[in-house]
Design a protein around this ligand. Structure first.
Ligand code: HEC
Ligand code: HEC
Ligand code: HEC
Length: 502
C-alpha cells in the first residue's frame, strides 16, 4: 500500500525546491492558519480518487478558477481574481492548507467554502488541485488488470487500469462492438472507427478529420495502438487523463462536432437497448449493475477495448527479441543507430518500448509527462503557432507552453501519414528534413516563419547534417516499426455483420 507519507514527502520536496526558487520574490499569502499545515490526506490515492477530484473540481471550482486552474475574472470590482492554482508558489502550500481553504473558503476574497462535500471528496479535490499545479501526485498503482490475461508483446510492461474499471473479456468485447457502432452518432453514419481505422493503425489518413455534420477537426486523428500506456490523451491537453473521460469528447463535443450526440444521450442509450445483442452483452460486462446500459458503462467498455490495442510485433521487435539479424534490413539497422544517436537525438522524446517517453505502466516509478515544441511554426519570431493549434498553451495560456505537443509513439508511423498535429507534413522524409533544419521554415502564406529560430523550441531540436543515405536509412528504420499483425488482427476488427441492414 502506498504510504501517505510518500505523498506528503513528495509535497514537501516540491515545496522545498520551489520555495528556494521563489525566494527573493514577494512572500505569498498563506490563507490557512498554521495548524492546518500539518493536516494530511487520509486517502490511499488511486486513479479513481483523482478522477473524482477532477469531476468535483469541474462542477464546483472551474467556473472561477478555469478548467486548467489558471485563474479567471474577479467576482466583483476591488475583489481579488480567482487564484491561479498552477502558480509555482502554490506548491509551497501543504496539502493541509489547500484542504483548509477548500473547507473554509476565503470569505474576504469571495472564495466560497465548499459546503456539502464529504471529507473524502475534499481530499480528492486537494489531489486534483495539486495535479493541476503540475505536482506529480503519487497515485497507487491500481490493480484493475491483475486477473485479466493480457496478450502483451514481448518486453511490454503491464498497462495500468483504473480501479473502477477492471478489465474483463466481456467488457472488452462489448467495447469493440460499441467502438464500431454507428448508433453512437447523431444520424447513424459514424462510429469511432470512422476516424480510427484499424488498417491505418487507427488513424484516418487525413490531415484533419471530418465529423458527422461536416465540421473539420482542428487536429489530426491520432493512432490508438498502445494507448493503454498513455498517461495523458490527445495532442496537447494535459487535463485529459482517462480513456473513459476522453471517449465523451467525440461523442458529445460541439466544437468541433465529431459524433454529434450532444443532448442525445437518452436517444443513444435507447437505440443501444433496442439492438438485440446488447442487453445480454451489457449484463455480462457489468454483472450486478441493475441498469447496465448507461453512458458510464459505454465509456468503460470502449476504454477497456482500447486498452487491448497493443502493438509490438514489428520487424524491428522481431529483430530485437529474436536476435535474428535477418529480421531487419541493413538499412534499417543503420537507421536504428542514427535514431538512437546523440546527433539526431530522436530517442530523447521518442525513446522507450513505445517510442515515446510519455508513458505509464504498472511498476513505473516516476511519471513524467512532457510536451515539446519542435519548431514547426514561428509566426512572429517569438515562436507563436497558428491558432487554435497553440498546443498546451491553448489550455493553460502560459506563454512557455506555446507550441508544446505530446510526442506521439512512432510505432506504425509509416501507416499514419500525414504527420504532426495538423497533418502539415506529408512524408517521413519531410519530417526528417524538418528535424535536420532544427525546425521548419515556411516560406510564404499566413504561416510564414523560420521554426529553427523559435525561442520556444526544445533544446533537443537543434539540427544536424545527414547524407542522402542516412536519410533513407532513417526512413527504413521508421518503416520497420510497422506491425502488420496488429492491423489485421481480427480481435481489433469491426465485428458488425456487413452490409448493415440500415
Ligand atoms: C466564486 C469564485 C470561486 C469559486 C467557485 C472557487 N474559488 Fe477558489 N478562490 C477564489 C478567489 C477569488 C481566490 C483568491 C483569494 C485570494 O487570493 O485572496 C481563491 C483562492 C483559492 C485557493 C487559494 C490559492 C492561494 O493562492 O492560496 C485555492 C486552493 C482555491 N481557491 C481552490 C478552490 C477550489 C478547490 C474550489 C472548488 C471547490 C474553489 N476554489 C472555488 C474564487 C473562487
Ligand atoms: C471525427 C473524427 C473522430 C471520431 C468520430 C473519433 N475521433 Fe478520436 N480523435 C480524433 C481526433 C481529431 C483526435 C485528436 C484530438 C486532439 O488532440 O484534438 C482524436 C484523439 C483520440 C484519442 C487520443 C489518443 C492519444 O494518443 O492521446 C483517443 C483515445 C480517441 N480519439 C478515441 C476515440 C473514441 C473512443 C471515439 C468514439 C467514441 C473517437 N475517438 C471518435 C478524431 C475522431
Ligand atoms: C524534443 C522532442 C523531440 C525530438 C528530439 C524529436 N521529436 Fe519527433 N515529435 C515530437 C513531438 C512533440 C511531435 C508532435 C509535434 C507536433 O505535432 O507539433 C513529434 C512528431 C514526430 C513525428 C510525426 C508523428 C505523427 O504521428 O504525426 C515523427 C515521424 C517524428 N516526430 C519523428 C522524429 C524523428 C525521426 C526524430 C529525430 C530526427 C524526432 N522525431 C525527434 C518530439 C520530438
Amino acid at each position: 500500500m502506498r504510504s501517505q507519507s510518500a505523498l506528503v514527502a513528495a509535497a514537501v520536496l516540491w515545496g522545498g525546491v520551489l520555495a528556494a526558487q521563489v525566494a527573493g520574490r514577494q512572500e505569498h499569502v498563506h490563507h490557512a492558519p498554521a495548524q492546518a499545515r500539518t493536516l494530511t490526506s487520509p486517502l490511499d490515492l488511486s486513479d479513481a480518487d483523482l478522477a473524482a477530484g477532477q469531476t468535483t473540481y469541474e462542477a464546483r471550482c472551474a467556473g472561477c478558477h478555469g478548467r486548467a486552474g489558471t485563474g479567471g475574472v474577479a467576482p466583483a470590482a476591488g475583489r481579488p481574481a480567482p487564484a491561479d492554482l498552477t502558480r509555482p508558489d502554490l506548491r509551497t502550500h501543504t496539502d493541509g492548507e489547500i484542504y483548509w481553504v477548500i473547507a473554509n473558503g476565503i470569505p474576504a476574497s469571495g472564495m466560497p467554502a465548499a459546503t456539502g462535500l464529504s471529507d473524502t471528496a475534499r481530499w480528492q479535490l486537494v489531489a486534483w488541485v495539486r495535479n493541476l499545479g503540475g505536482v506529480k501526485v503519487a497515485v497507487r498503482a491500481t490493480d484493475g488488470g491483475a486477473s485479466y490475461v493480457w496478450d502483451l508483446p514481448p518486453g511490454f510492461p503491464r498497462p495500468k487500469v483504473p480501479a473502477d474499471n477492471p478489465m474483463t473479456p466481456a467488457k472488452v468485447e462489448l467495447g469493440r462492438y460499441l467502438f464500431y457502432d454507428t448508433r453512437l452518432s447523431v444520424d447513424g453514419t459514424f462510429s469511432c472507427g470512422t476516424c480510427h481505422e484499424q488498417r491505418l493503425a487507427f488513424t484516418d489518413g487525413k490531415a484533419r478529420s471530418k465529423g458527422v455534420t461536416g465540421d473539420i477537426t482542428p487536429r489530426s486523428a491520432m493512432a490508438l495502438h498502445n494507448v493503454a500506456y498513455a498517461p495523458v490523451l490527445t495532442w496537447a491537453n494535459p487535463t485529459v487523463r482517462r480513456l473513459e473521460t476522453q471517449a465523451l469528447v467525440p461523442m458529445f463535443g460541439e466544437d468541433p462536432v465529431e459524433l454529434g450526440l450532444s443532448g442525445l444521450e437518452d436517444t443513444m442509450l435507447g437505440r443501444l437497448a433496442a439492438e438485440p445483442r446488447y442487453p445480454a452483452m451489457f449484463a455480462a460486462a457489468f454483472p450486478g449493475d441493475p441498469k447496465p446500459i448507461s453512458l458510464a458503462n459505454v465509456t468503460r467498455a470502449i476504454a477497456s477495448f482500447e486498452r487491448t490495442l497493443l502493438s509490438g510485433r514489428s520487424a524491428y521487435d522481431l529483430y530485437r527479441t529474436s536476435a535474428d539479424p535477418k529480421a531487419l534490413s541493413p538499412a534499417a539497422m543503420r537507421g536504428e543507430d542514427l535514431f538512437f544517436s546523440e546527433k539526431t537525438g530522436c530517442f530523447r522524446c521518442h525513446g522507450g518500448f513505445n517510442f515515446t517517453e510519455t508513458n505509464d505502466f504498472v511498476g513505473k516509478g516516476f511519471l513524467e509527462i512532457e510536451f515539446h515544441n519542435t519548431g514547426l511554426y514561428n509566426l512572429d519570431g517569438r515562436g507563436t503557432y497558428p491558432t487554435p493549434n497553440t498546443g498546451v498553451h491553448a489550455i493553460t495560456d502560459a506563454p512557455g507552453d506555446m507550441g508544446r505537443f505530446k510526442a506521439p509513439s512512432l510505432r506504425n508511423i509509416a501507416l499514419t501519414a500525414p504527420y504532426m498535429h495538423d497533418g502539415s507534413i506529408a512524408t517521413l522524409a519531410e519530417v526528417i528534413t524538418h528535424y535536420e533544419a532544427g525546425g521548419r521554415t515556411v516560406t510564404d502564406g499566413p504561416h510564414k516563419g523560420v521554426g529553427s529560430a523559435s525561442p520556444l523550441k526544445s533544446e533537443f531540436v537543434k539540427g544536424f547534417e545527414l547524407t542522402d543515405q542516412d536519410r533513407a536509412d532513417l526512413v527504413a528504420f521508421l518503416e520497420s516499426l510497422t506491425d502488420h499483425a496488429f492491423i489485421s488482427d481480427p480481435r481489433f476488427a469491426d465485428p458488425w455483420p456487413k452490409p448493415k441492414g440500415k
